[in-house]
Design a protein around this ligand. Sequence first.
Ligand code: NAD
Length: 270
Amino acid sequence: MKIGIVGCAGRMGRMLVSEVLATDGLELAGGTEQPGSDFIGQDIAALVGAEAATGTGGVLIGDEAQALFQASDVVIDFTVPAATKAHAQLAADNGVALIVGTTGLEASHLGALKDASARAVIVQAANMSVGVNLLLGLTEQTAKALGEDYDIEIVEMHHRHKVDAPSGTALVLGEAAAAGRGVNLSKVSDRGRDGVTGARKAGDIGFAVLRGGDVAGDHTVVFAGDGERVELTHKASSRSVFAQGALRAAKWTEGQAPGLYSMRDVLGLG
Ligand code: NAD
């Protein structure tokens, strides 16, 4: 299976290049970076410290996404929302499967993925780790079981370079908790407290965000009742769990009908 990686010089892009080179049955079709990047023209294997002979055959980083889609069976995208939107169009035009890990997607970006899914297999997940996808199910189940007497707060911490907040994972955990309670997250979410906020509103789902160091991704869903607290926590200690999840999704696309899928579909947790 030929894998193309857009944004291959990013933190996740490099991890994906390493994992593809190390995985039997996968071939690195190539990688792109944004036009004007200093990485254009560099050897993609050298990017991760591997010898060009390890299987890339000296493939160079390019800036032409269309050519990469033509050369790939599956393209993996951990970039920025605007780029993801353009890549969704290319996936549809070329009938090539697209795995989207980019977070911070808004309605227009999600709409582009939905449109593209009429003609291509699209897997989109704010978190590709097996553990977080299990946590989503546990969060929904716990919220349902405990009911509104337990206040739900979601705390996340990520490395200092992360540009969106709360994390995409925190938001999908919020959606899972809201689903467990049978409410719409947009109606109950409290995403920032500062100053004299007044007492906590019953039924709200609160978010707290920490940034610092090299934290790959920590998430805790707190259910705070009178006299007890239940906390569900996931900690990623390496980005490789996200890359491995993305590759699992890439392999899963083979033989699937066009459509918009989640990691829960890939893992059979749907
Ligand atoms: P990063 O900034 O290190 O990498 C993003 C890369 O995309 C950069 O190298 C940038 O130059 C490149 N890029 C931007 N526009 C491009 C374009 N038009 N064409 C090609 N490349 C382009 O960021 P990161 O830490 O690797 O994270 C990337 C995204 O993945 C973020 O949204 C992050 O939240 C998300 N993420 C998701 C998961 C998950 O499991 N779904 C896990 C980790 C990170």
